[in-house]
Design a binder for this molecule. Structure first.
Ligand code: SAM
Length: 283
């Protein structure tokens, strides 16, 4: 349908790698507690605004009996997901006009999507495609904590690049990114106002600290690489010839971060993401 998000807002690898970490099996217990999805039933689950598919991929592992459909209007995300993630029905489509009949699904779920879509349509379409008694799960990113290692501070080359392309903010505004963001109090109230009952809220706190001994080397290096890809794709999405120096600077600083990790020189840099999980029922 379009490539607006993947080409202007967040790239395929930025979303895929960061979400793959957030929805790692190590954190399933936190999600499971609030999702309350029956693991033994062959439920029909629909993910809205699935991006490149990392949450759908985890849902498929966590609920192997469920039949999972995932939809996004960005063609690049859906092509990536179809090519890399088996077992899920990935569709291109619009969350405000879902191509499914009334009462089709037992569960709808979305991660960091609500804030970009007009609320009446966002909730209304999910209410329509859910079966009576079905659950709508809405995951919304909240303020977390980030502590950057000294070797990962922005370099002069990156700062010069970002100063030269300062129209980035306007682009975000142009695409309506975060236009319908709500506070922790407004979100459940919006869900209730738009027809959901028995609304509950909970939080998943995901601690991504590469140096923490609880994480394997593979997981720790994935954290570092996910951050690297996020910074690289942000530069490349600007479509500017002048990005070359910034790209080299980003690669050099992440190579150094990996070197320090492998040498056991702890930096204790951390990214703690806090996700609010709302659950409402269609009565
Ligand atoms: C912040 S991204 C989150 C993607 C994914 N849920 C994840 O966590 O990786 C927001 C997603 O919503 C999608 N999106 C925005 N508006 C949409 C709409 N009206 N219909 C379908 N998808 C939409 C974008 O294409 C993008 O993939």
């Amino acid at each position: 349908m379009n490539n607006i998000w993947s080409e202007n807002v967040q790239g395929v690898m930025t979303l895929y790698l960061s979400r793959k970490l957030r929805f790692d099996d190590a954190f399933f217990g936190q999600y499971r507690r609030w999702f309350q999805i029956n693991e033994n039933a062959g439920l029909k689950i629909l993910e809205i605004g699935c991006g490149p598919g990392a949450l759908a991929e985890s849902l498929h592992r966590w609920y192997p009996r469920a039949q999972i459909t995932a939809i996004d209007r960005d063609s690049n995300f859906i092509s990536f997901a179809r090519a890399h993630i088996p077992g899920i029905d990935f569709r291109e489509g619009d969350a405000t006009a879902l191509p499914f009949g009334d009462g089709t699904f037992d569960v709808t779920i979305s991660n960091t999507v609500q804030e970009h879509i007009e609320p009446t349509a966002f909730w209304g379409e999910q209410l329509r495609v859910l079966k009576p008694g079905g659950a709508c799960l809405c995951l919304s990113a909240r303020r977390g904590l980030q502590c950057v290692a000294p070797c990962l501070e922005p370099t002069a080359a990156e700062n010069a690049f970002w100063r030269s392309v300062s129209q980035e903010e306007d682009e975000r505004e142009r695409y309506g990114v975060g236009k319908y963001a709500m506070t922790e109090a407004e979100l459940p109230a919006s869900m209730e106002k738009n027809g959901f009952s028995d609304v509950t809220t909970g939080y998943a706190v995901i601690d991504l600290t590469p140096d923490a001994p609880k994480y394997s080397a593979q997981m720790a290096e994935s954290m570092i690489e996910a951050e690297r890809q996020g910074e690289l794709e942000a530069i490349m999405s600007v479509h500017s010839e002048s990005g070359e120096k910034a790209v080299s600077a980003v690669n050099a600083k992440y190579d150094e971060r990996l070197r320090l990790y492998r040498a056991g020189v702890k930096q204790w840099d951390t990214l703690v993401s806090v996700t609010m999980i709302l659950r409402g029922i269609k009565r």
